[in-house]
Write a protein that binds this ligand. Structure first.
Ligand SMILES: [Zn+2]
Length: 349
């Protein structure tokens, strides 16, 4: 067990110890990113029952969202440009520098940008990147949004999104925020278009007998109740007057009675579980998944259906491999990292 009390050390020894640890930390960071990049390429978060690598990093490795976001971005960039890892290990680039460069690196400019960013602070790299990649059009857009919409000024300042997308993409400024302000109380900040503002006023007018104050939170609650009811009906066939189950037709059609029963049984959560018994916690992008595929004669019965997140549906090769951890180059090809679009695609109903 190391001792954390250092008051007995002479100044020179203390500084020497710090330098040694910093050097070790850089090497460890480079090795950590190399491991993370390989885990990402093999998609090993899927058999471990996590719908995305960011989810695995936050919930399994217990990193904060921002640390996960930065490391995943850096790892993905380093897979494409391995020289980034050497630069981290020898102290030329810090992690934030790699994240900032990752959005701009190409095979043509990689060497030039890496040497331009070497031993620079985050602020200096921001200036360097602004000179190389002027953003005049985006600046105009930021002004148009107005002061009420928080706009992240650099890649490093942006919080991790729910799903982390690969290296080169345009990160959008958040369009709203929800923050806890007291026990069971949240503050919602959002910028409305003129059309949405007019809809809000119209709803307040229509509700004026029941809700004379026009309280926005109460209007929002009623609107959400109505929206959720509609969505649950569409996705899970939720209804207060269920009809008797009809005969099962062939094909992919899932009867309303089966949708209701499977939702009830699976608790609106992905049913994939790792060999270690961890159940995927995904509640987004859920789909009805046939245990025995339709192509092999599987029917849309309650017994043959289950809820799976998009990452764990049996139609994905990586979900079928379950906990097989043998990584071959052929398999790595098949399980190449998903694109951002694939990760963010809307669920099919
Ligand atoms: Zn899942």
């Amino acid at each position: 067990m190391p001792s954390y009390s250092l008051s007995h050390l002479a100044d020179a020894a203390l500084l020497r110890g710090l330098s040694t640890l910093v050097a070790q930390d850089r090497i460890t960071t480079a090795e950590l990113l190399a491991h993370l990049a390989e885990v990402d390429a093999r998609q090993l978060h899927l058999p471990a029952a996590y719908p995305s690598l960011s989810d695995y990093c936050v919930r399994h490795l217990h990193w904060c969202e921002q640390a996960a976001y930065k490391r995943i971005r850096a790892a993905r960039a380093a897979r494409e440009f391995p020289a980034l890892l050497t630069a981290i290990a020898d102290g030329r680039l810090h992690l934030s520098a790699v994240v900032m460069l990752s959005a701009h690196l190409t095979p043509e400019n990689a060497d030039q940008l890496m040497s331009a960013a070497a031993h620079r602070t985050k602020a200096e790299i921001e200036v360097m990147l602004a000179e190389h990649f002027p953003r005049t059009e985006r600046l105009g857009l930021v002004h148009a949004v107005g002061a009420s919409a928080p706009v992240a000024t650099s890649v490093c300042d942006q919080l991790s999104p729910g799903t982390v997308v690969p290296t080169r993409f345009e990160t959008h400024a958040p369009t709203g925020s929800v923050a806890p302000v007291a026990q069971r109380r949240y503050e919602l900040r959002v910028t409305l278009s003129a059309e949405v503002h007019a809809k809000l006023q119209h709803a307040q007018d229509m509700l004026s007998h029941q809700l004379p104050s026009g309280d926005v939170a109460q209007v929002l609650e009623r609107a959400l109740d109505s929206l959720i009811q509609k969505l649950e009906h569409r996705k899970y066939a939720a209804t207060s007057k269920p009809r008797a189950a009809r005969a099962i037709k062939g094909g992919r059609h899932v009867p309303a009675s089966a949708r209701r029963a499977v939702r009830e049984r699976d608790g609106e959560q992905c049913t994939f579980a790792s060999e270690a018994g961890h159940r995927c916690e995904a509640r987004k992008f859920l789909e009805y998944d046939h245990v025995v595929p339709v192509a092999r004669g599987g029917e849309s019965t309650v017994a043959n259906l289950r809820l799976r997140c998009r990452a764990h549906t049996s139609t994905r090769p990586s979900a079928r491999t379950e906990s097989n951890s043998c990584g071959t180059s052929a398999r790595r090809q098949r399980n190449a990292p998903p694109s951002g679009e694939e990760w963010r695609a809307a669920p099919k109903n």
